[in-house]
Design a protein around this ligand. Structure first.
Ligand code: PMP
Length: 293
């Protein structure tokens, strides 16, 4: 079934303070964000009509802009209200929200000090398609050729559009070989993350995850670390070399979109999603649907 392209749908998008028709939410070709990558975004999910970790997402959007040298002209509170308007206008209960902020067209050169910062929020339906049993079969990852850059090379803690260039290249290469996604190493050769999700390893009942010092410290990553500790698991954040996959029993990814996704294979290494992964997958599914305290 062909998917409707994202620019050929009906609905409403919040654009610079107003709810407008989905089809009218356009940018000019001469936008700095398009030419020079001066764009940051978020990916959020609503469950039962409530956006999970909304505060964290909107704080991160503003921080991502600051890391690219610009101030988003809306407060966290403004972004909360705008997101709610988008959900309401489109009648979305279980959905995905995509806020994005970018430099406009006032200056078209590397320097763009005076450019206007535009902000838009779109959202679409995204129900849960797969049962926990199906998800526990796990996905297959290849090793990516591209590496996550040194923090001295790029603003690695910004959810900046430009940092996804190597993610798309890596994901396409993996898909061309029949894998679902790619595991990226960092500039030191340590395990970093997948192309749009963080990674966790289980070794003898303990949970290990790389220190988020050169990639996004995901909101789901932090949520799952807290959940695991509350459940009594030991969680260790440390440098992990890929050879350690040989002594790893379970692997899973975390992210807003993938939630907790078990991994069955990375390159030549095989894993069987087991009790720890299942425990956290179910706990996360429950947490996201818990009514606000
Ligand atoms: N790393 C990358 C590169 C991502 O795109 C994402 C998704 N935003 C994550 C990690 C996970 O972040 P979060 O849990 O905040 O969605």
């Amino acid at each position: 079934m062909a998917m409707l392209p994202f620019d050929d749908r009906d609905g409403f998008i919040w654009y610079n303070g107003e709810i407008i028709s989905w089809r009218d939410a356009k940018i000019h070709i001469l936008s700095h964000g398009l030419h020079y990558g001066s764009s940051v975004f978020e990916g959020e999910r609503s469950y039962n009509g409530r956006i999970f970790k909304m505060q964290e997402h909107h704080e991160r959007l503003i921080k991502s802009g600051k890391l690219l040298g610009f101030d988003i002209p809306y407060s966290v509170e403004d972004l909360h209200q705008a997101s709610q308007k988008v959900l309401d206008a489109n009648n979305i209960v279980d959905g995905y929200l995509r806020p994005v902020a970018w430099r406009g067209s006032e200056m078209m050169a590397v320097s763009a000090q005076k450019s206007r910062i535009h902000v838009a929020i779109a959202a679409w339906d995204w129900p849960s398609y797969f049962s926990p049993e199906d998800r526990l079969k796990g996905i297959r990852l290849d090793f990516a050729e591209w590496r996550r850059p040194d923090p001295a090379t790029a603003p690695v803690h910004s959810k900046a559009a430009g940092l996804y260039m190597i993610a798309t290249l890596s994901k396409h290469a993996a898909e061309a070989k029949g894998f679902n996604d790619a595991l990226m190493l960092d500039y030191r050769g340590q395990i970093a993350e997948a192309t749009g999700a963080n990674v966790f390893l289980i070794q003898d009942g303990k949970i290990h995850t790389p220190i988020a010092d050169c990639f996004l410290d995901g909101i789901t990553r932090r949520t799952v670390i807290d959940l695991a500790r509350q459940k009594g698991y030991e969680v260790v954040e440390r440098a992990i070399m890929p050879e350690e996959l040989a002594k790893t029993q379970e692997v899973f990814l975390t992210g807003t979109a993938v939630e907790v996704t078990p991994v069955s294979e990375i390159g030549e290494y095989q894993f069987t999603p087991g009790e720890v992964t299942k425990d956290l997958l179910l706990a996360y599914d429950q947490l996201v649907r818990e009514p606000a305290a």
